[in-house]
Design a protein around this ligand. Structure first.
Ligand code: SF4
Ligand code: SF4
Length: 191
């Protein structure tokens, strides 16, 4: 991934304090998928399947950390489909994988980020223990129609008495806050 430890440390600190804004607002791979995504064609992945697929990110994270230790060379570099798009290199299998990812990005919100990306998995862990959170700031105004839950493109918010966010998979996109017609959600901001 070519990210130095120093830059990774800064990134961890930012994500810890402000949520996963790197994935939500900075990463070029996320941006491509975001650009392709069409809410009007969106398919909500069934919860059970979504939960199973989400675990795959950790498999790739495991691979990226331990494969070089065991085998002496890096592996994810060779498996990253976005290399085809940004570096114009890769095998036929990667080209096909990229094609599937880009096509499915029209219907499914950020499939690569949610189910494949090891960096996203790592930042998700930091985000989970971090300070960023979405809170029901005006409970008296909430009409409990679960609009925030339905509008969360990452399917990571569940509305109960208050929103419960699985921060591991939250991209800090703030769609839930923005789309609430009663404006009763707010994120805990440090800025
Ligand atoms: S999950 Fe990976 S690809 Fe997606 S935005 Fe985050 S770092 Fe980029
Ligand atoms: S809509 Fe809200 S809960 Fe869902 S990913 Fe965006 S910020 Fe996170």
């Amino acid at each position: 991934m070519g990210v130095s430890l120093f830059r990774l440390g800064i990134l961890f600190a930012v994500v810890y304090f402000f949520g996963n804004i790197f994935c939500g607002w900075v990463c070029h791979k996320g941006a491509v998928q975001e650009f392709l995504y069409r809410e009007s064609f969106a398919i909500r992945v069934p919860k059970t399947l979504d939960n199973i697929l989400k675990k795959a990110r950790y498999f790739f994270l495991f691979l990226i950390i331990f494969y070089p230790i065991i085998k002496g060379h890096r592996i994810f570099n060779k498996m990253d489909p976005f290399k085809v798009l940004f570096n114009l290199e890769g095998t036929t299998v990667l080209v096909i994988f990229l094609g599937i990812l880009l096509f499915s990005s029209i219907f499914i919100y950020r499939p690569f980020c949610r189910y494949v990306c090891p960096l996203g998995a790592l930042l998700g862990i930091i985000s989970k223990i971090g300070l960023f959170d979405i809170k029901l700031k005006k409970p008296e105004k909430c009409i409990h129609k679960n609009i925030c839950e339905r509008k969360c493109p990452a399917q990571t918010l569940t509305m109960k008495e208050a929103p419960v966010i699985n921060k591991e998979y939250c991209f800090s996109c703030l769609e839930c806050e923005r789309r609430c017609p009663m404006h009763c959600l707010d994120c805990d901001k440090l800025f």
